[in-house]
Design a protein around this ligand. Structure first.
Ligand SMILES: NC(=O)c1ccc[n+]([C@@H]2O[C@H](COP(=O)([O-])OP(=O)(O)OC[C@H]3O[C@@H](n4cnc5c(N)ncnc54)[C@H](OP(=O)(O)O)[C@@H]3O)[C@@H](O)[C@H]2O)c1
Length: 254
């Protein structure tokens, strides 16, 4: 199958491209560096020509609505007009989460539904790399800060890529559909994430400082709303600790 992968040069998209090619598919990365700019629609016609499916991994949260909401709608409209199956990556727990980016991801999903074409939306939990970034950001010297019982159920990015590839090559829906949510194998309190990340670079366990959940955002995090309710998500991929052991001692990026 010819499958376009928007954001095919990014962290998730490059893994989707690799997975699809390993299965013998014609996976075509598309982003600004290949001539597709979702902020304007430049290159969209050419990118979708001859495609049976498009896996949408392109995003740029720094551009606020521009790529996340409007770029996704532009892509969804173009895919719907051509009958191309759009497979979109979204985030678990965004229905009622007071963070601007998560609200945009929800509007992106709504735009896909409104476009009316065959589409599958997969919501995944935070990738292991982002969970590690959270843990590093909330650790100051020997102190790890957390709010309430904040926990994540992070997932291996490779497992998300594998699922997106399955959805793109599997049965095609006739209209908008949500796939089952995807999460990693364990729920980890932020304090445990911080301990594992510090241990990974040879540092002692941090002292955990619990902050009061002041304000709506910290309250949402303290309630771990990004962790799927029991039984509502498929579980896949390596544990956070197994992923961490494959990383260099000095973690960078998200
Ligand atoms: N990180 C997580 O924990 C997590 C969890 C669940 C879901 N997700 C979702 O996963 C998706 C991918 O995340 P990622 O970490 O792989 O992102 P990433 O590494 O930052 O990659 C973003 C990609 O988007 C492309 N891009 C940016 N602006 C563009 C534009 N205007 N037009 C076309 N392409 C553009 C970039 O390529 P160029 O620079 O060449 O344009 C790049 O290939 C996002 O939708 C995110 O919401 C992430």
């Amino acid at each position: 199958m010819r499958i376009v992968v928007t954001g095919g040069s990014g962290d998730l998209g490059s893994r989707v491209v690799r997975e699809l090619r390993s299965q013998g598919h014609d996976a075509v990365p598309a982003s600004r560096r290949t001539g597709l700019d979702l902020t304007t629609g430049t290159g969209l016609e050419a990118a979708l020509a001859g495609a049976e499916a498009v896996v949408h991994c392109a995003d740029d949260p720094s551009q606020k609505d521009t790529v996340t909401v409007y770029g996704t709608r532009r892509l969804a409209d173009a895919a719907a007009a051509r009958g191309v199956h759009l497979v979109h990556i979204s985030i678990v727990g965004i229905d009622d989460f007071p963070m601007a980016y998560y609200r945009r991801k929800l509007r992106a999903e709504q735009g896909i539904a409104d476009a009316g074409g065959p589409a599958t939306v997969l919501r995944a939990t935070q990738f292991h790399s982002l969970a590690a970034y959270f843990a590093r950001t909330l650790t100051k010297g020997p102190l790890a800060f957390t709010v309430g019982d904040m926990a994540l159920q992070p997932v291996d990015t490779d497992a998300v890529a594998t699922r997106l590839a399955e959805l793109a090559t599997g049965p095609r829906p006739t209209a908008y559909a949500r796939a089952r949510d995807l999460a990693g194998p364990e729920v980890l309190p932020l304090a445990d994430l911080a301990r594992l990340v510090r241990a990974h670079r040879g540092a002692s366990a941090p002292r955990v400082v619990r902050l009061p959940p002041v304000g709506r955002l910290l309250h949402a995090f303290s309630e771990s709303r990004t962790v799927p309710a029991p039984g509502t998500a498929d579980v896949a991929g390596r544990t956070f600790a197994a992923w961490l052991s494959s990383q260099p001692p000095r973690l960078t990026g998200r």
